[in-house]
Design a protein around this ligand. Sequence first.
Ligand SMILES: [Cu+2]
Length: 136
Amino acid sequence: MVCQKIIATGIIIAALTVAGFAFSGSAPEQNSEESEMPVKGDVIMPAKASRPGCEELDRCYIPSTVTVESGKQVIWVNEDSAFHSVTSGLYDEPTDLFDSGHLDPSESFAFEFKESGTYDYFCTLHPWMEGQVMVG
Ligand SMILES: [Cu+2]
């Protein structure tokens, strides 16, 4: 009888251990889809953004407007097969806050926004490409 009790207790402990392991193991699994991508961008430059017309569909930078807290960085990823840039200001009126330079396909650029405000940016190669970062 004593022996059976010990075995039964052992099985319960083993079952709890397996359950606990499965539970703690499920947490990182939720992020596995994101980590499959080389870089997880907040904004992407999609295929064909180099052609005029993406602005009509609001698909030059996706999303074209992002909101972040101050002190946070925004990451852009060029998913197009053409060069693009992420340059602060407007095409006719660039500012010197940030400029990615020419981004190769699948290259990324990150910038940390320290002060709240609304920041326009554009692509130096394709003037129709415009986006905005709202920093709260
Ligand atoms: Cu571009």
